[in-house]
Structure formats: C-alpha cells, structure tokens
Design a protein around this ligand. Structure first.
Ligand SMILES: [Zn+2]
Length: 241
C-alpha cells in the first residue's frame, strides 16, 4: 500500500512524498532525492520524535509527519540563548557615563552582553558589552559568542540590547517538548533602507511587518528571566534612527 507522508525540514519547509507503508530510512531518502529535494549528507529522520535506524523497516500511515534534521545542527550549530521569543523587553535607561571602565559603552543598534572569563582582563568577571556596527547579526553563525571589548577574547553571549533603533528578531527555535522547530519573527528584506511608519510597521510588497522600537535614551534589553531556549537560527536586524 502506498501512503503520502509529510517531511518537514530544519527550515520548516514541508515536502510530500509517496512511499510504501512499509519502508526504511533509505526509502525515504530516495523518495526525497527523486523529487529533487536536497538532502544534507549528515541527516537524521525522526519518526514519532525518535530517530529512525538505518536498517529497520517501519510502518507508515497516511499523512504522517516525519522530521528531517541536518544532524550538524545538533552538534554545535544550535545555541542556548535567552528566549527572546518571549516578551517582555525591559526598557533600561542608558547611563551617560560608564565610570571610565571602557567596557560598558552602548551603540545605537545591536549590543551584545556577556561576562568576561579571561582572568588577565580588566573586566574579568564583569558584564561587558560588544557594540555591533552591522545592521544584521546572525548569532548562530557566531555560535553564540561575542568579543570582550577589553581583551578581545571570545566569550559566551548571554543577552542582547537594542539602542536608538528599530529592531526585528527572527529565526528558528527548537521546541524540545514537541521535538519540532518553531519559526518566529519574519525576515524583513532591506530593513536598513526601508521607511518605518509612525505606527512602527513597515510595508513591503503589500505585507505589513511589525518592528519594535527603543525610546529616547532607553535601551531595550532582554532580561534573563525569560530562561534559555535552543536556537537553530537567531538573527537580529536593526535600523538606526
Ligand atoms: Zn575581557
């Protein structure tokens, strides 16, 4: 008996393939390749949230959902980070001086926060801020790290703050409970060159996107009370005032 199953990949794209209701890992991969769907070299398939073994035959039902996961994602490409999909952002007043310590300056746009762990550094064990010049930053590509502004060593980034800008956060979060990837936010193309409306939205190809805004001398920093989540993709975009 032939059944149709839905294969969902790490980008949340969904593919429908037809297979025999008794099939193996290889049968599914071959059916995907037959449809010209790109399959990463290091791939795993999850059926009922457990990993399919290579040489075992499974029974499939119609419309069953199978998750296709690039195994590389689970080995160092995912990051643990403050769950920025959860509100609420706290508005903090930016201090005009930083007591000359040199590692507490913020910039309009993206600011990364972490604690320096290098014991030769003037900022050892202190919270430091890396100011980002770019208007877009993929924290997953950086493997969740940032640079200490004093000693330039790579340290773990713990949270993010936005200052004097419109900002947008989007990516893919891994939901451990349901073993699923959850898309959040929307990538806004050319965010840096578009006009933001007075109601903090932008209109692109007739579609309205909501963006967040920081106010005056305040910084929007995600407090750690949100707890950590696993991200497969986590991208920040800003448009400075
Ligand atoms: Zn340092």
């Amino acid at each position: 008996m032939v059944v149709t199953i839905n294969v969902i990949d790490d980008n949340c794209d969904k593919y429908q393939i037809e297979i025999n209701n008794k099939a193996t890992f290889d049968d599914i991969i071959l059916a995907l390749l037959d449809k010209n769907i790109e399959v990463p070299d290091d791939v795993m398939l999850l059926k009922d949230a457990s990993k399919m073994e290579i040489d075992k035959t499974y029974t499939f039902s119609n419309n069953e959902r199978i998750i296709l996961r690039n195994a590389a994602y689970l080995e160092g490409y995912t990051i643990q980070f403050n769950d920025v999909t959860k509100k609420r952002v706290q508005q903090l007043k930016v201090r005009k001086t930083n007591n000359g310590c040199g590692y507490r300056y913020v910039t309009p746009g993206i600011n990364l926060y972490g604690v320096c762990t290098c014991n030769n550094c003037k900022a050892f064990n202190k919270e430091v801020i890396e100011m980002i010049k770019d208007t877009e930053l993929d924290l997953t590509k950086r493997k969740g790290t940032m640079e200490c502004p004093m000693c330039k060593s790579k340290i773990e980034c713990q949270t993010v703050g936005f200052y004097k800008c419109y900002y947008n956060i989007y990516g893919l979060k891994y939901d451990e409970e349901n073993d699923e990837n959850e898309k959040f936010g929307k990538k806004i193309p050319n965010f840096n060159s578009i006009t933001v409306n007075t109601d903090d939205t932008v209109l692109i190809n007739g579609e309205k996107y909501k963006v967040e805004k920081t106010y005056g001398e305040t910084l929007s920093k995600f407090e750690e009370t949100n707890g950590n989540a696993t991200f497969i993709k986590l991208i920040f975009q800003v448009k400075r005032f």
